[in-house]
Write a protein that binds this ligand. Structure first.
Ligand code: ZN
Length: 439
């Protein structure tokens, strides 16, 4: 198993799904040098590639026979709060406002940056088992979150949870400047917690930052009917209309959840090139509603998928989310044709990468980052192989994830982790933190 930098890995005898438009699954090879993919093609094309690059003798550190299993781009979990692993199965079966005010905020007040570092790593283990190679994160201590992702070698795009009670616009700017130039694994986009936790003054200051850096802007947005109605009562506008009127979306961005949107909201979303990050598991468990995914697709508004945090889901599993996106859309529309599997898989990979600003992590293609997963097709839930894309979305599960490679390094393979720390150590740490905070 790979442990250092500068590795050269050849995957051969693989079924390959590049996720490029119009390209079907084919049998071939993927070659990785350091953090990048240098070749994707058939075995024969590989031979021509070598002839073309005369003198470039391919010497591999590792050659992996994929046994005709599937290589594809890793999943992008486009909304999560990783360190909420602490509250997993401790804050359930409550309405969102009670959940937040009685079970989440008081516990968060006791969490330290170091707690968040270790608790984020528990989530990272879970992401790896689900074939997730990058996450769009929002939590309380961005620096220790960034440390956790860097130390485990996982890609993390953060936004802030600035609100009236924690963090500040000054800190938001500091995070933006520092976390975008820190290391290869971390980046940062401007954002806030949500309209209902931010004053208008705070939003106006954020708009100044958006214009100063010509940057996209993100927030929890129109997740519940209550939140949306209350904003309309306060300002005579929905959160989307309010943000747009303040110039917060002048450089794009998007929102998490977006369950309760009107035609007018969707017009603004289309005009401002906003992304939707849908979180169906969380929306179901907190009884927030079913997002109008078909309406977004009709308006050409790109949709990505997130798990949300482990306190509101409670698992960090992209397979479950993918099934829910299409299953719920079908029921909402009362039409089994709604949101087909290919569309869902695009949301979980390509659209997630675009939303997060990770344009070099979307496809398996020459020059792209080597964020690659291998799915086991030799399991009963994947047989027979009539249609691989449909199998992944409708019958696939994390038990099919054989390998997760990020930035050219295999971080998870055949049930074993390679993140520089023994999972048992992390589980003990989480128990310790749990006892200190809850007992
Ligand atoms: Zn959230």
């Amino acid at each position: 198993m790979k442990t250092g930098d500068g590795m050269r890995t050849r995957f051969y005898n693989a079924r390959i799904l590049t996720m490029e438009p119009g390209r079907d699954v084919f049998l071939g090879e993927v070659w990785v040098i350091e953090d990048k993919i240098i070749f994707v093609g058939t075995e024969e094309e590989g031979r021509s590639f070598c002839e073309l690059h005369k003198g470039a003798i391919m010497i591999w550190d590792r050659e992996i026979d994929c046994k005709q299993n599937l290589l594809m781009p890793g999943f992008k979990n486009a909304h999560t709060h990783s360190a909420m692993t602490l509250m997993r199965s401790k804050a359930d079966d409550l309405p969102l406002s009670d959940w937040l005010n009685t079970q989440i905020f008081p516990v968060e007040a006791k969490m330290t940056g170091e707690d968040i570092y270790h608790l984020s790593k528990i989530a990272i283990l879970e992401y790896l088992t689900s074939g997730i190679t990058s996450v769009f994160e929002m939590y309380l201590t961005p620096y220790t979150v960034a440390d956790a992702f860097r130390d485990c070698g996982m890609r993390c795009v953060q936004t802030s949870c600035v609100n009236n009670f924690s963090q500040s616009v000054e800190l938001l700017e500091k995070y933006y400047l520092e976390l975008n130039s820190r290391d290869a694994f971390n980046s940062f986009l401007l954002g806030i917690h949500a309209e209902y936790t931010c004053s208008k003054e705070l939003l106006e200051k954020c708009a100044e930052l958006v214009h100063k850096y010509k940057a996209p802007f993100w927030a929890h947005l129109q997740e519940t009917e209550k939140e949306t109605k209350e904003c309309i009562e306060r300002y005579g506008m929905s959160p989307i209309e309010l943000f747009d009127s303040l110039g917060l979306f002048d450089y794009g961005g998007g929102g998490y959840h977006l369950v309760w949107t009107s035609d007018k909201d969707r017009e603004i979303m289309k005009k401002r090139n906003l992304f939707v990050v849908t979180n169906p598991g969380s929306n179901l468990k907190l009884a927030s509603g079913i997002a109008p995914i078909t309406k977004y697709l009709e308006c050409d508004i790109p949709v990505a998928i997130g798990t949300d945090g482990p306190a509101s889901n409670n698992c960090l599993d992209m397979f479950r989310e993918m099934f829910l996106v299409t299953g719920l859309a079908k029921v909402k529309d009362m039409d089994a044709r709604s949101v087909d599997a290919a569309e869902v898989l695009k949301m979980a990979t390509v659209n997630g990468a675009r939303a997060m600003g990770l344009d070099d992590c979307d496809y398996l293609a020459e020059g792209k980052k080597a964020d690659i997963i291998m799915l086991d097709l030799k399991q009963p839930n994947m047989q027979p192989i009539n249609n691989i894309v449909k199998n992944i979305v409708y019958s696939g599960s994390k038990s099919n994830v054989l390998m997760t490679m990020i930035d050219g390094i295999i971080r998870y393979e055949n049930g074993t982790f390679n993140i520089g720390v023994d999972p048992e150590e992390l589980y003990s740490k989480a128990e310790e933190i749990k006892k200190r905070i809850y007992d």
